[in-house]
Design a protein around this ligand. Structure first.
Ligand code: MN
Length: 435
């Protein structure tokens, strides 16, 4: 048996439209819309630089089943360049780009193998001497909704070669993602493959190391719920099938959530300066990419009241963006820090622990709110009941459905903060009047 090297990538989501990011000018918008292609470009360069024998792509090459010609041509161009280097490419399609997608039918070069709608296996060879090194099994989604367990239908491994399974699936039913091609980790282990090259879940995770069961994550984060480095794995397999993975970043724009606490700040300007130093630090640590940032304003101090009322945050946001947009035009946006939004989660200088223990209307209310925060998804809870009328509107419903539990919780916390503010203001007035 001989050693070889391959790249495992997934979820390229080429030509993601990046809608819903506000405040962008045309230049910055096109930089961002180019980012999935730039990540593909970096993937090609990595494959050539690392001299890999082949690449496997585990589904969702394209973002939408209405595939743009632009995305198809850019992908084809990359494939051709890999072909010139003798690097074979094995592809499955997933729920975003199933086989029945609308696209121009194109003849793909012979070094590219796209798996069909039934599980099948092909043999991969080493680039330098054409020795057979691996058996690659896979299946593309025929339509966007594959709800049966396809992994158990993959061809059984034969002795001798290293076995790689390409699978676009939700393994062990991660509730945060749509359940397509459901299967369990146990079933994958029992299949007898050496490496399950997964796609679908966009956060990078290794479910198991023996055999390897790996989600490399997508190659470019697309929104604030896809934070952190994005890229692919270079996988080295030695003559005894020992497998070694190394992660390589491919993203040119990275999503971050940073905290900017107000606790230690006496006034807004002091907080603004602390924010500036956070942004400077982020820029320094991310000199070769654009940083997209959601700033979570946390902590308790009188600064909260100033940030909440008026237009301070709006105006600060406009100014910081204007500055970065100007800088970006000279440096091509690499090293720039763009604030996606401020998320105000701070509060007044209130002792909530004391209020929670208090026998009063405010105490009762606070205890109720805390209880409801814990059962935020309970259909009988106050939050779900309160949202019921909104859920009857299709568009609002789809927006609400997209919210993460954390975002939902942020709303409730904010409601708590606003209510407490009003109640305590009234209380201090009454106390003032009674004196
Ligand atoms: Mn995907």
């Amino acid at each position: 048996m001989v050693s070889f090297r391959f790249i495992h990538a997934a979820d390229l989501h080429l030509d993601s439209p990046f809608i819903g990011i506000s405040g962008l000018d045309d230049d910055l918008r096109s930089f961002i819309q180019e980012s999935t292609f730039r990540a593909l470009e970096r993937l090609v360069q990595l494959a050539i630089g690392e001299q890999v024998d082949f690449i496997v792509i585990s589904g969702d090459v394209y973002d939408s089943s209405n595939i743009s010609l632009r995305a198809q041509l850019r992908f084809l161009d990359s494939l051709n360049r890999l072909g010139q280097e003798g690097i074979a490419v094995y592809v499955i399609h997933g729920n975003h780009d199933p086989l029945d997608s609308t696209k121009l039918s194109m003849t793909l070069p012979s070094h590219v193998h796209v798996f069909g709608a039934e599980p099948a296996a092909v043999t991969a060879v080493r680039r330098s001497d054409h020795q057979e090194v691996a058996v690659i099994a896979g299946m593309s989604y025929p339509t966007s909704k594959v709800t049966d367990n396809i992994a158990i239908r993959y061809p059984a491994p034969s002795p001798g070669l290293y076995h790689i399974g390409l699978l676009h699936a939700n393994v062990d039913g991660d509730p945060q993602h749509e359940t397509y091609a459901p299967c369990t980790k146990k079933e994958l282990v029992q299949a007898g493959f050496h490496y399950w090259a997964l796609g679908h879940i966009h956060s990078r995770r290794t479910l198991q190391e023996s055999p390897y069961i790996v989600y490399p994550g997508n190659i470019q984060g697309r929104h604030v719920r896809e934070t952190g480095p994005k890229g692919c794995y270079v996988v080295d397999v030695d003559g005894s099938f020992n497998t070694k993975l190394s992660f390589h970043e491919l993203d040119s724009m990275r999503w971050n959530i940073v905290e900017a606490p107000i606790d230690a700040c006496r006034d807004v300007d002091e907080w603004r300066r602390s924010l500036e130093s956070i942004l400077t630090e982020t820029a320094r640590a991310n000199a070769d990419r654009l940083s997209m940032i959601r700033v979570r304003i946390t902590g308790r101090s009188p600064v909260h009241r100033q940030l909440e009322g008026g237009h301070i945050l709006d105006e600060l946001l406009t100014d910081l963006r204007r500055r970065e947009a100007a800088k970006g035009k000279t440096c091509g946006y690499l090293g720039c820090v763009w604030i996606e939004s401020f998320s105000l989660q701070s509060g007044d200088a209130i002792d909530t622990e004391r209020l929670l223990a208090e026998d009063s209307f405010t105490g009762d209310l606070l205890r109720l709110v805390r209880k409801e925060q814990e059962r935020i998804h309970d259909p009988d809870g106050v939050v779900a009941k309160g949202l019921e009328p909104l859920m009857e509107h299709a568009e609002i419903r789809s927006l609400l459905d997209e919210m993460t539990p954390e975002e939902m919780l942020d709303w409730v916390r904010r409601a708590e903060e606003l209510t407490l503010g009003l109640l305590l203001r009234d209380r201090s007035r009454e106390e003032g009047a009674g004196r």
